[in-house]
Design a protein around this ligand. Structure first.
Ligand code: DX5
Ligand code: ZN
Length: 218
């Protein structure tokens, strides 16, 4: 069954705890947390103290998407804050293999993320180290952007590679999800679907999540 991971980037930050509780009650599977540093991406969001505070609200997996330069220096902080899955960008980590194995060593599940323009070949030699590959379907930095359709064949190709090698690696997709684009991503072979504005910009989170779920579980 597909996993739906609401991205709290589109939540109302003035009552973040309440917002997280609301999506938990609305049937979210994971909570997707976007960490941005104003260097790797042109936006700044939240860090470990906020994640630590949110950890008190739910036991659902925290899917922490690091959009920060040199993520290797901060892995322990995010583990300690209560992350379950930590994903780092190929484009941000020079010693990617080391960073990914460090995430596992510290007790979290490692994920590797690719920007839309980054080819799949860049992760060939780390595929066995990760639990998840996150394919960006927008350029990271902001919620509410338009889905980049050119990434669809990349999702298909990755599905093919993972199935051929029989690896226990899930495919997550992030950016521009709505009822139409999430169907495209599901057909291409994604397993985990991040959705920010498609959930938080709706009046009824439960209805929004179940509509998305109906499409991806079809
Ligand atoms: C973009 C973030 C996404 C974003 C998705 O940099 O990584 O997780 O919040 O938002 P939507 O679903 O609105 O495109
Ligand atoms: Zn994200």
């Amino acid at each position: 069954m597909a996993i739906i991971a609401p991205s709290i980037l589109s939540a109302d930050f003035s009552c973040l705890g309440k917002e997280v509780r609301a999506v938990v009650e609305a049937g979210a599977d994971w909570i997707h947390i976007d960490v941005m540093d104003g260097h790797f991406v042109p936006n700044i969001t939240i860090g470990p103290p906020v994640i630590k505070a949110l950890r008190k609200i739910t036991d659902l997996p925290f899917d922490v998407h690091l959009m920060i330069a040199q993520p290797e220096g901060y892995i322990a902080d995010f583990v300690e804050a209560g992350a379950n899955i930590i994903s780092v960008h190929v484009e941000a980590s020079t010693h990617l293999h080391r960073t990914l194995t460090e995430i596992r060593r510290l007790g979290c599940k490692p994920g590797v993320v690719l920007n839309p323009a980054t080819p799949l070949e860049t992760i060939t030699y780390v595929l066995e180290e990760v639990d998840m590959v996150l394919l960006m379907t927008v350029n990271p930095g902001f919620g509410g952007q338009e889905f980049i359709n050119a990434v669809s064949p990349k999702i298909e190709k990755l599905r093919e590679i993972i199935d051929r090698l029989n690896l226990p690696v899930a495919i997550e997709v992030d950016g521009g999800a709505n009822l139409e684009t999430i169907a495209i991503m599901a057909r291409a072979g994604a397993d985990i679907f991040v959705a920010g504005s498609a959930i938080f910009n709706q009046p009824d989170y439960k209805a929004a999540i179940s509509r998305l779920r109906t499409v991806v579980d079809r």
